[in-house]
Design a binder for this molecule. Sequence first.
Ligand code: GLN
Length: 484
Amino acid sequence: MDLASLTVTELREQLRTRAASPLEALDAIERRIAAVDPLIHGYLHRDLDQARALAASADVSLLLGGVPIAIKDVLNVRGQPCTCASKILRGYVAPYDATAIARLRAAGAIPFGRTNMDEFAMGSSTENSSVCTTSNPWDLTRIPGGSSGGSAAVVAAGEAYAALGSDTGGSIRQPAALCGCVGLKPTYGRVSRFGLVAFASSLDQIGPFSKTVRDSALLLNAISGQDPQDSTSVAQPVPDFTAALGSDLKGIRLGMPKEYFIEGIDPQVDAAVRAAIKQCENLGAEIVEVSLPHTDYAVAVYYILATAEASANFARFDGVRYGHRAANPANLLDHYGRTREEGFGPEVKRRIILGTYVLSSGYYDAYYLRAQKVRTLIRQDFTQAFERVDAIICPTSPEPAFKAGDRTGDPLKMYLADIFTIATNLAGNPGISIPCGFAAIEGAQLPIGLQLIGKPFEEAQLLSIAHAYEQSTPWHLRHPPLSR
Ligand code: GLN
């Protein structure tokens, strides 16, 4: 048996019964990485000596004891580089652990590799990375989605048992959909953001990528909970998210938002999602049509608020404290100007300029304030829909993975890749993407994602619905055609 092909749940069993050791689990992943990462380019960095030392002393009786986990390059892991795939942070080594990482460690997991991403999590294809592009394991000429494309690709390609990513407007769910794995964005406030390099602080949330819904529940168990270091983390009890798995869908009401089944969706995506909804009905769910009337404004509101927050957050990259510093500055302004000019890529610059503009006096009321008001309306749409249903069911992405290079010249087209995920971040609700079929395009089989959106802090129910669907379908059992 190849250990690398196991789920986290299966691997834990192997480790706990001493059928395999944490070192063997790590070696199996390393062999797989050596075989396929030259094709995928999912990892930016791995510290094997550190990982092997941790594996040698891992306590396999813990929740994730001895399980190696891949980490998006946006989370601080003490002693490892943290560059957000940006030139401006090249050479920066994290001096501390993010809370989510400290909690993974407390659960016995080994944060062992850094995964590629769009620079500072800005993008939908991982093509904005300053280091390299990552390939979709199902078709190497296509993008893995983004911004957490590295994490999604390494899980889908069997180069990681599971991974962490971050989701500001869809960056966990959209790449999970495009790579054919499970991706969960928890409720805003469920997981501490301490040690996550901030993009848009009111939208960012950390969450897991995994091969199965049960594995995501396990990881969420480890990383959830209030944290005195993050005032936006919420004092909600953390249930055992695996406890509710296994129930059926009888009595569950699922809402189909009519604004999410629109013209322009790829016909194979539309058909797969409708078939998935039918399957949930077969499993006992009642399907109800709901309306989220302000959906049309979500992308515009997001790009005003996310860029405004980013422009404020990114003031800290000044060449004084972290990473890149321009050589021989003539004076302080020249130092700031050239450091940022040399360090940031074009998408990051575009957003800082846009965000500064919408916050500037004279435009603040017209853009930023107005967008905040519409954000409230979008949140109310969800509150109202959830008076009638337990979860919302819809596509994760309007189409399967697109070709590398297809959208790099057209930022607005790229922004539309998150049309079905962005509103969830504006509202704060949890959302999950799970595999629900494949599209046959130009000889490739491309995964399709089903999105389920839940009530705030009801991840247990969301995971249980996702699990019931997953277990009744074969989609999560298929592997990309890379040689194993
Ligand atoms: N694609 C969206 C953006 O570019 C969302 C990114 C994210 O969730 N981090 O901002």
